[in-house]
Design a protein around this ligand. Structure first.
Ligand code: PLP
Length: 401
């Protein structure tokens, strides 16, 4: 009998990808499902980026590149850090990979020994903990409730650090809550970290450009320059330029860590795809109007959806998300309700399953992000569809006992 390794046997598939696949399957069976589970912009990659990729392919950019990615791309990334974040990185301190996800994977593979702890404030992106565990690490989840804006406090950080702590992950703007850390909040975390010089910091800034309110984005390294020699910034073009399928992420950090990640890249993917590298270079160096337009689109959508949200008071929004394109909605009042078939909604996973079956709306349960009872709705989709989804949810809830 074919056997998988123990570590793969115990590895779950990404829950959000699994729900999205289920929604796609239902659609292929002719069921009219509204998929609000996915975390990707619904618009096309801007034309000038696609043109640059096509031109690069025609000009022969179809060969292997060095594992870190073409120097011209890394120079463009260095320029982006300088312009947007007032940060200085050399090309040797920058690497690229097959999406931010692969860089997170490589960073943990390059640094974790069995039993090393990684502090993960929750609610958090679905994959951090599983990637940590796959590499022998122990995710230490630190609940950050609505009351603290879903953000890690300096006190909670201090309490979560032990002699085994290797990393802290901060994701701002955050998935699934849209919480954005202010400069002062980052500085307060930085102050705690000064007492723990062995702890590395991963700052996942993939939603940097998707800011929905007046709260400004500040990079962790910009707020705490003294952490730069132990901080890895994770970013990429997926969310800012509607380029999820191109699979191109980038990271900046200490040369030794970047070197370790490059070694892993050379033994796994060789490099990110050459044509995607050309596309990312064009995205970063080109006109940033597309980024501004995308941001405005999300701001407008949020306004439309918020005004319609009142029709489903059972789903509660504690505060307006400052960034990203998700609503993390409390569903406490649905817990304990009974479906027409007699099934009790005993968890947010059950609520999410009910919404899929009865309202034909795909959402991701809070449990996938480490905090219950919530459901996450993505509004990286046509707002008319989101409004239709809310109406479907209303009717489905009205059918509950
Ligand atoms: N980090 C966060 C917080 C995300 O939400 C995602 C994707 O959903 C990623 C990283 C991965 O991004 P990429 O498409 O670059 O792999």
């Amino acid at each position: 009998m074919l056997k998988l390794s123990q570590k793969v046997e115990s590895l779950p598939s990404s829950p959000s990808m699994a729900i999205s696949s289920q929604a796609k399957k239902m659609k292929s069976e002719g069921i009219d499902v509204i998929d609000l589970s996915i975390g990707e912009p619904d618009f096309n990659t801007p034309e000038h980026i696609i043109d640059a990729a096509m031109a690069a392919a025609k000009a022969g950019a179809t060969k292997y590149t060095v594992p870190a990615g073409n120097e011209s791309l890394r120079k463009a990334i260095a320029q982006k850090f300088k312009q947007d974040n007032e940060l200085d990185y050399t090309v040797a301190e920058i690497t690229t990979g097959v999406g931010a996800k692969q860089l997170i994977f490589n960073a943990f593979m390059a640094t974790l020994e069995s039993g090393d702890e990684v502090v993960v404030p929750t609610p958090c992106w679905v994959s951090y903990g599983d990637i940590v565990a796959l590499h022998g690490g122990v995710p230490v989840y630190v609940p950050c409730s609505e009351a603290v804006g879903f953000k890690l406090t300096p006190e909670a950080l201090r309490q979560s650090i032990t002699a085994k702590t290797r990393w802290l992950i901060i994701n701002s703007p955050g998935n699934p809550t849209g919480a954005v850390y202010s400069r002062a909040e980052l500085e307060a975390l930085g102050e705690v970290l000064q007492d723990f010089p062995e702890v590395l910091v991963m700052s996942d800034e993939i939603y940097e450009h998707i800011i929905l309110t007046g709260v400004p984005f500040v990079s962790f390294a910009q707020a705490c320059p003294y952490l730069k020699d132990r901080m890895l910034i994770i970013n990429g073009v997926s969310k800012s330029y509607a380029m999820t399928g191109w699979r191109l992420g980038y990271a900046a950090g200490p040369e030794k860590l970047i070197g370790g990640m490059n070694k892993l890249e050379s033994q796994s993917c060789t490099s990110a795809t050459s044509v995607a590298q050309a596309a990312a270079q064009a995205a970063l160096l080109g006109d940033q109007d597309c980024v501004r337009q995308a941001r405005q689109t999300f701001v407008d959508r949020l306004a439309t959806i918020r005004s319609e949200l009142a029709i489903v008071p059972e789903l509660t929004l504690s505060s307006v998300p400052d960034g990203a394109f998700y609503l993390f909605l409390g569903c406490q009042s649905l817990i304990g309700r009974r479906t027409a078939e007699g099934k009790v909604l005993d968890s947010d996973a059950a609520v999410s399953g009910f919404l899929l079956n009865a309202a034909k709306v795909a959402t991701v349960p809070g449990a996938a992000f480490g905090m219950s009872p919530y459901v996450r709705l993505s509004f990286a989709t046509d707002p008319a569809l989101v409004v239709k989804a809310l109406k479907n949810i209303r009717s489905a809830i009205d059918g509950l006992a």
